[in-house]
Ligand binder design. Structure first.
Ligand code: BTN
Length: 270
């Protein structure tokens, strides 16, 4: 096996060259949460394209108040600050775009294209490879976004038994997907390229969603939707033009919004 790679600004820049976001890239060895730090920097005026990459998080955060396991040297924990011009209500698709951008980065970086479990988990053979946490701050009066932080946690080096027992059946890594130990600096650079592309084309919502639907493995599956104190079972039949999952609970498709619910396949994680 190759020796463990070390995430560094210098190595990532070797792949990025004179990228517009190269100047604002920070690589940290340990941090509580790159999203928490990115939100702090964004509220202090950090520009669009500020990228934080960490080798280890001591308090990695996931969706719906969960934690995200972020072991040292095992993954890429990254947050990107965007400053979209749209109102928060016009950014409902952002989270789907972030998943699609990650999917495309992984295909370029590894030659393998993972699937997407709605809304924004990247999956390989039914197991979670990466999670994304999108956090938005907006002005109460105008509804305009102040900033968005896109946080990506990507499992890279773990072997199947390298995950804690409770995750062993549901987690995957890039190494498990490709059969070889990945270069995290290269993958980090691909992620940055993808998120830069996303920042330039966020307005091309329908194009993003068309690609997203092709990668979304939830469509066509029986799902359990948990949220607001209720558990409902239905069939996922599509994704609408703002990224909501269309679920048929027996009376035709109904949009289910991300952020409110947890989706679980009836026969496994996806
Ligand atoms: C999820 O699966 O629920 C989302 C996980 C998001 C994890 C990433 S790791 C980098 C960034 N910083 C965090 O604290 N969380 C996100």
């Amino acid at each position: 096996m190759k020796p463990p790679d070390r995430l560094s600004r210098q190595e990532i820049l070797k792949y990025l060259g004179t990228h517009p976001w190269a100047g604002t890239l920070q690589v940290l060895d340990t941090v509580d949460s790159t999203n928490a730090l990115a939100k702090k920097l964004a509220s202090q005026g950090a520009p669009e394209g500020t990228v934080l990459v960490a080798n280890h998080q001591t308090a990695g955060r996931g969706r719906l108040g969960r934690s995200f396991l972020s072991e040292a040297g095992q993954g890429i924990y990254m947050s990107v600050i965007l400053r979209p011009q749209e109102k928060a209500t016009e950014l409902l698709h952002l989270t789907c775009c972030a998943a699609e951008a990650t999917c495309e980065a992984l295909e370029r970086g590894t030659g393998k294209r993972p699937g997407i479990k709605w809304t924004n988990d990247l999956v390989h053979e039914g197991r979670k490879l990466a999670g994304i946490l999108t956090e938005l701050s907006f002005e109460g009066e105008s509804g305009k976004a102040r900033y968005a932080v896109l946080g990506i946690g990507l499992n890279c080096h773990q072997s199947p038994c390298g995950f804690p027992e409770e995750l062993r059946e549901v987690a995957a890594s890039v190494r498990m997907m490709t059969g070889s130990v990945p270069d995290r600096n290269r993958l980090a650079a691909e992620l940055i390229q993808s998120f830069h592309g996303l920042s330039l084309t966020l307005g091309k919502r329908l194009q993003w969603l068309e690609r997203y639907r092709r990668d979304c493995v939830t469509i066509g599956r029986a799902v359990t939707v948990t949220g607001s104190g209720a558990v409902r079972r239905g069939q996922a039949v599509g994704v609408d033009d703002w990224g909501a999952l269309l679920v048929d609970f027996g009376r035709g498709p109904e949009p289910v919004q991300a952020g409110e619910v947890s989706i679980r396949g009836m026969f496994g994680y996806i």
